[in-house]
Write a protein that binds this ligand. Sequence first.
Ligand code: 26A
Length: 342
Amino acid sequence: MSAASPKLICLGNPLLDIQATVTEEYLNKYSLKANDAILIEDVTKDPRVKIFDELLGFPDVSFIAGGAAQNTARGAAYVLGPKKVGYFGCVGKDKFSEKLLDANEQSGVVSLYQVNETVGTGKCASLITGHNRSLVTDLGAANHFTPEHLTKHWDIVENAELFYIGGFHLTVSPEAIVKLGEHAKEHGKPFVLNLSAPFIPQFFKSALTKVLPYATILIANETEAASYAESYGLTCEKTDLVAIAKEIIGVDPKKTVIFTHGLEPTVVVTSTTSSTVPVHPLDPSKIADTNGAGDAFAGGFMAGLAEGKPLKTCIDLGQWLAKLSIQEVGASYPKEKFTYSA
Ligand code: 26A
């Protein structure tokens, strides 16, 4: 395999995060929950588009590379080093995409962007209240990713050893996910899917149902698990993570389900086992914000998987990287290089 060909390929929606601390009243004004992710589907009708302009007037506003799977890609690269991680997504031709490109370069991620000449790069308002974050996204160009772009770079796909798909991309191109999934399945490569947000199982169920069979590993948090249980009409308790995981696995011996659960231990279920892995607790006074904690977890996890580490070590690596990330503003990683040791 050529040195320039990344081991791990990620697919998602490249977004620039516009992050600021807001008040509860501000969230209420737009009927937003303190901890949620929503998608603006019609920028001409949704009053919440105003948020992007309003945030510019907030004293602590900052522009930070975002997009859930792109954050994960940068996280994996933090551990694996340069050129080991590639990232697919669609951006516009503007200052925002230049900033994203630069952030990827700085962190060693190979950007495999499709460029849309007519639509601006996607953006995400990340509204911070205490340790919560409310995400409001205008996908922009990210909504225009097409499977043909994968075909263009198929040699890179073929050289990759494992894949990570942000569930958020189910709103954009399930076809692209299936295309990568077919390849992974045919070659027995790990194919990891993150549920990303409660609205994915709720409102994108048919796309999720198409893609789920390809996932060798599913990652989600407890609220996404509950939303899955609700959407698929599972009869178990919506808080019984092991039972939900078992339903997802069904009779697929190849599937593993990982549910993170805030500060509670992470739940890991395979077709024959179920166990937990503790988190790495952090003194709350050291938390900058928790935006991107889940993406960082997935980044560390994917890095471990790429290095062939045992499942429990991969999860511990994920917890370790999440702990580093929540000490930074936004879905970011320290400038300094810390090294994980099991
Ligand atoms: C389709 N939607 C809604 C989204 C996103 C998203 N990434 C991809 N698609 N909504 C929010 N994000 C990203 O999630 C990260 C935090 O986990 C934000 O850009 C933020 O960096």
